[in-house]
Write a protein that binds this ligand. Structure first.
Ligand code: ZN
Ligand code: ZN
Length: 177
């Protein structure tokens, strides 16, 4: 959905986010959406073509835990408070000379604001690189495949913790006797 800046009334524009897409693509992974992308935006025009967007966005995703491989609900709620500047004023060759504060700035081009990217960007940024169903998820045993959150196993997983090494050696010694 693109909004033409020229169509934004002086008093501003209210935009209700109600996006029924069923999944998000992050790299090669398709992440299912459990509760649709919703929220609201208030878009206003200012001097020098600046456009401000304030509001919030919410979505519930189904992530896969990187340790135990179970799926879990992950709710994202974000406030949005962003300014967009027209980029058409800047010659292409000049873009690489932008000062760092200008690179932090958001831009729109061709007189249109891409509303979907306004509310999807904070969602993409909130998706963890290494999703975990809980901070203390124990994961699955790489040898027997048991979910270690639910059960123990006797596999020797080559634990590197020296305190365990002593116990493992002791156990081996007792076995040998
Ligand atoms: Zn887990
Ligand atoms: Zn095991």
């Amino acid at each position: 959905m693109r909004i033409r800046i020229i169509d934004i009334p002086e008093k501003g524009l209210y935009y209700k986010i109600d996006d029924s897409k069923k999944s998000l693509k992050v790299f090669d992974e398709e992440i299912p959406i459990l509760e649709r992308v919703s929220g609201e935006l208030y878009i206003r025009k200012h001097e020098a073509g600046r456009v401000s967007v304030k509001g919030n966005v919410r979505v519930v995703l189904e992530l896969t835990c990187s340790r135990c491989l179970k799926t879990y609900r992950f709710e994202i709620v974000r406030d949005i408070d962003e300014s967009y500047h027209p980029i058409d004023d800047i010659e292409f060759g000049e873009r690489k000379h932008l000062k760092s504060f200008e690179l932090d700035t958001c831009y729109y081009s061709e007189g249109e604001l891409d509303v979907e990217s306004v509310y999807m960007e904070p969602i993409y940024l909130a998706i963890p690189m290494k999703p975990l169903c809980s901070d203390n998820c124990k994961g699955i045993c790489p040898i027997c495949g048991k979910d270690l959150n639910e059960d123990f196993c006797d596999c020797n997983r080559g634990v590197r913790d020296p305190r365990w090494k002593v116990l493992v050696e002791l156990k081996e010694k007792l076995k040998g006797e």
